[in-house]
Structure formats: structure tokens, C-alpha cells
Design a binder for this molecule. Sequence first.
Ligand code: GDP
Ligand code: GDP
Length: 439
Amino acid sequence: MKPIVAIVGRPNVGKSTLVNRLAGTNDAIVHESRGVTRDRSYHDADWNGREFTLVDTGGIEPMKSDDVFSTSIRDQALAAAEEADVVLFVVDGSVGVTEEDESVARMLKRVKKPVLLLVNKLDNPAREDERLWEFYSLGIGDPRPISAHHGHGTGDLLDEVVSLLPEEGEDEDDPYPDALGVAIIGRPNAGKSSLFNKIIGSERSIVSDIAGTTRDAIDTYVERDGRRYRLVDTAGIRKKSTVYENIEYYSMVRGLRAIDRADVALLVVDSGVGMTEQDQKVANLAIDRGCALVILLNKWDLLDDDYKREQALDTVNRRMTLAPWAPILRISALTGRSVEKIWKLIDAAAAERAKTISTSALNRFLTGLREFGHTVVDGKRRLRMHYVTQTGTNPPAFTFFVNHPDLVNDTYRRYVENRMRAEFGFEGTPIRLYFHKKH
Ligand code: GDP
Ligand code: GDP
């Protein structure tokens, strides 16, 4: 699990500019997920080999129409800070201290996390001092001058961020490293804790408090038919007491952390509400991060007529057009309906995610694709696929060697993926396709 660095501050101070500068070209996940999601609220960063995840709170604003809660900047910043290992508090040096800055600062003082105060838009290093002084009044320590735009100060900043991250391997006290990681994710009130408790109540389970963590990660191991599962919890499901339980954003960041440590994600959807945009985002995050995905339409017991049932299923189908391979199960965490069946889907998805395809089968597939498939033509250039090989598992990854990789667009990529799924299955798991130039 990578440490999280949250970037907070009011709109327009330069948070996204800073994220782009810090994440630089290492934005592998965002790049890989082209065509899956264009949401850039989290970013992988790497500084001298130390990896972490940057979370840009600004990227999640404004809350969309299907979110009941409109949260203040302060609340969002608080939610982000609660989940982060290091907080970067960005203010605008060309404007000076504002009331909103002060409100965020007061809140950050109560959060016991390292906070760096960054005074942005100080583009001219020679002139920075005079503007810096007033930011001492925020009481967050030494203000650091930066220019997200020009990059001044960002190298030093990264050094400092990395020095504040928790020791690597601190959390890797896993008593059963071979257990399958399962994350229960979804919006507030979807029924995650009910499901968790139902599962725990009916199976042999062992709670493992991982000692010495700063992060409140409490995993529960479940043993079933000789197989071990690790139910990933980032304190959210078990301890439902925080005031911030209702903040969508908070559950999103928490979901992201859980996903990071899971092989299979169970997305719990409230059937009465149907699948929302937020659910779709979280599903995409799971897919981007290579998790297998099972969709659980929970509270099915509440849908008392066919029309409502159809509507609920409809919302899933509409929102999951890019991942129609995710199995959907109708359950009730309350009555226990079909909860038992979840295990089968977890096992099946995990098996597909670990699957390898033989080279000969891949070659046959490629021959079929050449003979009976579409290709891409651009003027005189025609895409030719020379060779394919499996380059990864968990999730399965395949590299195609082609003559002109730049001809591969989203449509073609999707077409090849659909053909592969028709041939090899992969139900419940994302697959990765790479197209490289053949030398
Ligand atoms: P966010 O809302 O906090 O994410 O802010 P943005 O990153 O979108 O930046 C808001 C505006 O400030 C944009 O017009 C940026 O180009 C500008 N900006 C960001 N960083 C700097 C900087 O270091 N110097 C200057 N002069 N402008 C900046
Ligand atoms: P969480 O916020 O996702 O952890 O959701 P909870 O597990 O706390 O559930 C929210 C509410 O929905 C609670 O009042 C539960 O009793 C209720 N609930 C959860 N699952 C079901 C279900 O399958 N059917 C019904 N009728 N209610 C449910």
C-alpha cells in the first residue's frame, strides 16, 4: 500500500498545477486507463524510487448532482487530511491570507499529521520573502515558497515529503501473506458494514490488528474451505463513528486505500438508489488499480415490484458499459439472501485474474484476429499485429507487437479486448493490453 499525500487548499491556489508538476510524467495509471476513466483525482508519484499517491482534493469538486452532500472546502480538506500520511496545504502567495485559508489552517492544526504549508505562485525567487511573512500567521510553521507553474521549490519539497512518509514495509506485518485480499467498497449507507458483519458472523474469522501502524488498518481473516481471505478494512467499516462518515469524498479516499490492498473489490450498491456516478468512479478506480470487481446490488429485499428491480439493474448496465465483464449479484445483507454466493464469485474472479494463456492459444487468437478482424488504416499505413505474449498476471496483461502502435485508438483497443474476452473469458477481472513497436 502506497502512502498518501493529500493536497488541500481553496480553489484556484494551484493545487492541480502542483499535482501535475509533482506527478510529472510518472502518471502511469492515468495513462494506462485511457478510455476507462478520465478522472484525475489521484496520481501516482515517484521520487528517487519512493512511491506514493497524490490525492488532489480539488479534482473531486464540485460535487455532482447525485450527491446529497455539498461539502465545504474545509470538510473536504479534513477528510483528505484524516486519510493522508502527509498533507500539503497550498495557499496563494499572490493573494495573501484569506479567511478560508485560516479556517483550513485551524482544522489542520487539530489533525495530527505532518503538514507542509506551501505558498504558491511565488514565481520570482528573488522577490519571495516579503510575501512569505504574512503566512506565518496561519500557525502551520514555516511557509515554503514554491511556484507550481515554474517548478521553483518543488524538488526540495519532494525531498521533504519523502522524508516525512512512514517507513517502508512498516505495515507489512501480514500474518497470512497468501490470503486473498477482498475490499468492500461503496457509498455511505450502501450496506458495507452490514455485509461485513454478516460475513464475519457466519464464518470462522480472525481479527488482526496490525501493530504499529499509523493508519488504522484492521484486517479480518476469514477461512473457508481451506482458503484464506483477508477482508481489507481501513477502519471505516468497523468503526462507524466519525462525523465524516457522510462525506462521499471520504468514503472515496477510503475505498481507494482499501482497493490498493485488495485483489478483489466488492462494490456494494444500494438497489433502492441504483448505481450512481460515484459508484461508477469507485468501480473505475478498482479497475485502474487492477482489482477484480464484483457488483453487489444490496437491499434487494426492499424492491417490491418488477419495475423497481429492472430499474436497479438498468442503472448498473448503463454505468458499466466499459466493464460489462463485472458479475452482478443481487443480495440482501439484512436477510442474508445470496450472501453465501458471493464467495463463489470472489473465487471465480480471482482465478480469472490469475489466469495464464498459453502462447500457442495466443497465436491462434492472433491468426483469427488477422483473418476475421478489423484493423486500423490511416492513409497508407495499416496496423499489423506481429506477435502477442502474456506479460503479466493479477491482472492478466498482454503485449502486442505491432508495426505502428500510434494507430491503436480506444475503439480498436476495446475491440481487441472484447475479442480476447470472447475467446478466453476473464469474467470479473480487468485485463491490460499494451501495444509496442516491433523492432
Ligand atoms: P486549483 O483550483 O487549486 O487546482 O488551482 P489550479 O491548479 O487550477 O490553478 C489555478 C490558476 O493558478 C491557474 O490559472 C494556474 O495556471 C495558476 N497557477 C498555478 N500555479 C501557479 C504558479 O506557480 N504561478 C502562477 N503565476 N500561476 C499559477
Ligand atoms: P454502510 O454505510 O455502507 O456501511 O451501510 P450500513 O451497513 O451501515 O447500512 C446502512 C443502512 O442500510 C442500515 O440501516 C442497514 O440496516 C441498512 N441495510 C443494509 N443492508 C440492507 C439490506 O440488504 N436490506 C435492507 N432493507 N436494509 C439494509
